[in-house]
Design a protein around this ligand. Sequence first.
Ligand code: CP
Length: 321
Amino acid sequence: MEKFFSVADIDNLDLVVQEALSLKANPYSWRELGKNKTLGLVFLNPSLRTRLSTQKAAMSLGMDVMVINMDKEGWALETKDGVIMNGTTVEHIREAAAVMGEYCDILGLRSFPSLKDKVADYTEELFNKFVKFCGVPVVSLESATRHPLQSLTDLITIMEYKKMARPKVVLAWAPHVKALPQAVPNSFSEWMCKAQEQGLVDFTIAHPTGYELNDEFTAGARIVGDLDDALTAADFIYVKNWSSYHDYGQVHPVEGDWLMTNNKLALTNDAKVMHCLPVRRDLELSSEILDGPNSLVVKEAGNRVWAAQVVLKRMLESLKK
Ligand code: CP
């Protein structure tokens, strides 16, 4: 595997989940694979789970890991071509990425969208430049439009906790005070649509008017504007806020009550509730659910390790060829 950026980088979803769960059962059985290999993790934005789980996964594979928080520790990065760098940026991504590629066998990059320049965000300008100039395999630690390690984790968690062959999975929009990226819901949707194609889940998306995602990510999903309709007989609910895609990066007032509570949970098939975290309590998801027996959020975050480990393992195996 040369790059891990989207669901297109994985053919058989059931197979990758089984491989991840076998790593969960035997985390240290591949320690020789990563010996004398270095992973560099580059963060342009904050992280708790992605940073720690990917470091742990790499260490369990025997790799050495270096982390740089570019937003705080690196030189201010120029990402546009053809500019005279007489402003605040100090180093161009062309040199910065290439130098990091000299030090590392595999690199990871986190880069959030601007939510202002839709074209630059949705063409993944920054991520693609980093891949082009660093010259080594790259794993996305969340880019402008996708969060594939999170989505693989979510699939692993659903497969681990499901009680039937083809559970009903619902992506449910939730309120927030800030404009959040579409990366997590885009990514979750494209992974669930492919899982649906492969017979693993039934997938529904519920959101208020104005919060339609880019349909490149939702093809095959049932999409409804009525949360109660979506929740009926659901086995898993994935709660997440996102800002408008069409009115790019904007937050609009919504009609109805979109906060997930125990009352709403009563409509479901005793659904397990998921969220990528971090979550704002009683704004995006109720405390009664987060603290209750149906919440999977902490176990889900724990599974971030196995998603990262299976991806790094496949990348290391490609390096050996
Ligand atoms: N879910 C997730 O990516 O968490 P962090 O932003 O803390 O890495």
